[in-house]
Design a protein around this ligand. Structure first.
Ligand code: ZN
Length: 775
């Protein structure tokens, strides 16, 4: 279906778009506590030190393995609690808190937000007639008694305030970029502001529905007209002007252009909070609680969940939809597949010219002769693309595994889109992978293709490749990965500054949005591209400390690579403005889905918390209880690849996936690079199977992961409705269609009630403080 401005249906999902022009709310430095800024700098410095000295106890962890420190902390806490007991003021605050808690413990299960379900003071089964019929009966784990034993009221209130602030900040950045934000969390934030949440306030991405059977996915008809807008990059962000005069007078078209200062200030708030003592302790305790609560839930309800699943007709783990949410196109086939493909091309194309090297044209036979190889003798061992013991903690060695037999010529011929044969072999390989997915029907993948920012022509050549070879598959959606390799281009003098790299990446997309008639192929390709990824070795660190004083991209002319957060902000900023422009035109939007927290500084996870719709890896959340708890509260999806980690950064047995899943973080399973890590034809199934075996995951666990993967993926609203159920946007059992997802309603209710409970603690602390100050 065409999504031009005229034909774009104003569905119920668009109703909520504000009539008011969207603005980027700027924060000025004077508003900010100097202390916060200093603290943020300290965290940066400490994160750098942490990378150099792995043994150092960092500011943001809780020292569980240091019994003396823990003992001392507990004693201090006890003394403070005793002191609080004798303080009249604190007694008053405690009382108001208890009052609020007994009144307001809610689970927003139904349309009527006011109908409350009390937990955990009173068992909901006795006092809650309002649990809707859609909620199953099961054994609920509830805690009665004191609302926050073991933590002083003051600390609790401080922690709640910080956490809510962080959730507000993420909400701001998510909404501006048309990223998703969970309804439940948004409801509680509105409640903290004494506002009412409305369904129309929900902001959602717009992703093109898959072409129907019989429709031409590459159709160039009905392409929207030229808007005639002018474009110009300023401070590393593309600005849009309605005409030449507006450009000359510097009156940009009304879009929410973000700025580096505001971002740096917002980020320093979250940075300061992850090392704040009370917040750290609070989050650590809540996470431990979540883990224990799930343990009890599982013990009490495992059989009931299984019983529910056994009653579901037709659906089982094999035929629930699952998406490989993180996979690189250049490694999306397994080693055996690549080997067979190389041999089969040699059989048919030995005399075909496939490579031009130093002005000399080479046939496939000559290429192999030069390498002293006969393809018939090749084995997966000599192909040597699999990762193993030698790649652990050696990202450099891993990267060279992308070269079959260690020869960059073969990578050039088989795994590139813009080579002498116009990327034909690469397209054929990908289409074979896609064909396998289509055969198996229930599996989808989101492969990453590269745009480097070396030249502005890259987009045209990529979209030409895509259309010429007809690469589209209903089971694949495309993500563009941008490697963080400014320093390499700089050392080869390919670009004058960082702004040029950003311009090469983003300007063509703005041009294709303003005038799709002139960029037809790119316009068509963008229908199937749903997001951006930022990739490279995260453990490479930069000496530059990101702050509001960081130079603007036009001034970034040094040879040094900008730090991770600087990359992330500028990618986010351009994607966000682009999405707003595209939304205005009724075109699809893009999601920002960077690799984050695979290695390197903890600050990466802070910048992604603001800028990303969802992330890949997230291993380092293990190190910071505050961030881990925030990723839980905001339900930030995380695509995890334990097999990839096992070869590169973290042994399988130490992978936090199981722990994250149990606590209720929104995790999915993905393969990353089947060519390097997997053995079988069904790499995603291999990933699920190993996780299931090693961690003894139940069918319900696996189907929950699969459901998360569909939620996280860049699939259209229509597809998600079809795969998950018509109400999938609603949280809890109401949003789940067990006949499609095979996730037990008991599990859905447990997750939803648990999240509501955690959020209500934060909102109540705010309310009681407000009440306390009135008393
Ligand atoms: Zn990856």
């Amino acid at each position: 279906m065409l999504r031009g401005a005229a034909s774009f249906p104003l569905t119920e999902r668009n109703r909520g778009d504000p009539e008011m022009p969207r603005q980027f709310p700027k924060v000025t430095l004077s508003d900010v506590d100097e202390e916060v800024r200093l603290m943020a700098e300290k965290v940066y410095a400490s994160a750098l030190k942490e990378e150099e000295n792995k043994e150092a106890i960092s500011l943001y962890t809780v020292p569980e393995d240091c019994p003396i420190g823990l003992q001392q902390a507990k004693e201090r806490e006890l003394l403070r609690e005793l002191a609080e007991q004798h303080s009249e003021e604190m007694a008053k605050r405690k009382k108001s808190l208890k009052m609020i808690r007994s009144q307001s413990m809610q689970i927003p299960v139904c349309v009527d937000w006011a109908r409350a379900t009390p937990t955990p003071l009173v068992s909901p089964l006795f006092s809650c007639p309002s649990i809707p019929d859609s909620f199953p009966e099961y054994q609920r784990v509830t805690i009665s008694g004191d609302y926050c034993a073991g933590i002083t009221v003051e600390d609790y209130e401080q922690a709640a305030k910080s956490l809510l602030k962080a959730l507000f900040i993420r909400e701001k950045y998510s909404k501006l970029a048309y990223h998703r934000y969970p309804q439940t969390t948004a409801r509680f934030l509105r409640s903290a502001e004494n506002l009412k949440w409305r369904e129309e306030d929900d902001v959602l991405p717009d992703i093109c529905p898959c072409p129907q059977e019989g429709e031409d996915p590459y159709s160039m008809e009905n392409i929207p007209e030229n808007l005639g807008y002018e474009l110009k990059m300023r401070d590393g962000i593309i600005y849009v002007y309605e005409n030449k005069t507006a450009l000359e007078e510097n009156r940009p078209h009304c879009l929410p252009y973000p700025d580096l200062e505001t971002f740096a200030i917002d980020m320093s708030h979250v940075l300061a909070m992850i090392v704040d003592g009370p917040t750290k302790t609070y989050c650590h305790r809540r996470l431990n609680f979540l883990s224990s609560k799930f343990y009890l839930h599982e013990m009490l309800n495992e059989m009931a969940e299984l019983k529910e699943l056994k009653g579901v007709p037709h659906r089982d783990f094999y035929n629930v939809r699952k998406v490989d949410t993180h996979i690189h196109a250049a490694a999306c086939m397994n080693q055996k597949h690549l080997l067979n493909f190389i041999q089969s091309t040699y059989k048919t194309d030995a005399d075909r010219v496939v490579l031009e090297k130093a002005g000399k044209k080479l046939t496939l036979k000559e290429v192999f002769d030069n390498l002293n190889m006969d393809p018939y003798d090749l084995t997966v061992d000599s192909l040597d693309v699999h990762a193993g013991r030698q790649t652990f903690h050696r990202f450099d060695k891993f990267n060279s595994k992308y070269n079959p037999v260690g020869a960059s010529e073969l990578r050039e011929i088989y795994l590139k889109t813009d080579n002498y044969i116009m990327g034909e072999y690469f397209a054929r390989l990908i289409k074979e992978v896609a064909h396998n997915l289509e055969e198996s029907k229930y599996q989808h993948a989101e492969p990453r293709l590269s745009i480097y920012g070396r030249s502005p022509d890259e987009w045209d050549s990529l979209s030409h490749w895509f259309i010429q070879h007809k690469v589209h598959s209903p089971n694949m959606r495309w993500i563009i990965q941008v490697p963080r390799i400014y320093d390499i281009f700089m050392s080869r003098k390919l670009i004058p500054n960082f702004a040029k790299m950003l311009e090469n990446i983003f300007l063509p997309l703005f041009e294709a949005t303003v005038n799709p008639q002139k960029h037809k192929e790119l316009h068509v390709f963008l229908k199937y591209m749903t997001g951006f990824d930022s990739v490279d070795d995260e453990s490479k660190h930069s000496d530059h400390m990101f702050s509001y004083k960081s130079p603007k991209p036009e001034q970034w002319t040094s040879d040094e690579n900008p730090p991770y957060s600087y990359y992330l902000f500028h990618m986010y900023a351009n994607i966000m403005v682009l999405n707003n422009l595209r939304k205005e035109r009724g075109l699809s939007t893009f999601q920002f889905r960077p690799h984050c927290g695979e290695a390197g500084s903890i600050t990466h996870l802070v910048s992604a918390f603001l800028t990303a719709d969802n992330i890949s890896h997230g291993l380092n959340l293990k190190k910071s209880p505050v961030l881990q708890y925030l990723y839980y509260l905001a339900q930030v999806p995380i695509a995890m690849s334990p097999l990839s980690n096992n070869s590169l950064f973290l042994e399988y047995s130490k992978n936090p996936l199981r722990e994250f899943l149990h606590k209720g973080l929104c995790v999915s399973l993905s393969t990353d690079d089947p060519m390097q890590f997997h053995y079988t034809k069904e790499a995603l199934m291999e990933e699920y199977a190993i996780a299931a075996q090693l961690w003894k995951l139940s069918t319900c666990d696996l189907c929950e992961i699969a459901r998360n993967s569909v939620l996280q993926a860049g699939l259209s609203h229509q597809e998600k409705k079809y795969f998950l159920g018509p109400n999938y946007l609603k949280d809890g059992p109401e949003g789940n269609d067990i006949r499609r997802t095979n996730v037990a309603q008991i599990r859905m209710a447990y997750r939803h009630e648990t999240l509501c409970n955690e959020l209500s603690f934060l909102v109540d602390a705010m309310k009681s403080e407000a009440l306390g100050s009135q008393m």
